[in-house]
Design a protein around this ligand. Structure first.
Ligand SMILES: [Cu+2]
Length: 118
């Protein structure tokens, strides 16, 4: 009897730990990675889940650039060797344009992409 009770208690503890892990995972924002180089973002079309906090992690491989979401009034500098982060609030379905706002060469004006929120 004592053995059986100990076994049940052990199972419950394991179950609780599993539930806790699930809760923590749900609370952490989804991370979406974007890389940049002259004069492209990869990917240029970035799928983002609607209604959910997302962290964009952006790296650049060649020169200093910018990453600007004019509609959301969010931006960051991109520096080679560093990972820039932008915390996106939960967004409604739609498209949000991003662009480079630091002059990086002759293709700079065309350097842009879009978040496809859905
Ligand atoms: Cu640029």
């Amino acid at each position: 009897m004592t053995t059986r009770r100990a076994f049940l208690r052990g199972s419950f503890a394991a179950l609780s730990a599993g539930a806790l892990t699930t809760l923590v995972a749900a609370a952490e924002p989804k991370v979406v990675r974007i890389s940049a180089r002259r004069f492209v973002y990869t990917p240029a079309t970035v799928p983002i889940p609607a209604g959910q906090a997302v962290v964009l992690e952006i790296t650049v491989s060649d020169v200093v650039m910018g990453f600007n979401l004019p509609d959301l009034k969010l931006r960051t500098d991109l520096v080679p060797g560093q990972t820039a982060r932008i915390n996106l609030p939960p967004l409604p379905p739609g498209e949000v344009v991003f662009l480079c706002d630091v002059f990086c060469g002759s293709g700079h004006e065309d350097m842009s992409g879009v978040l496809k929120v859905g």
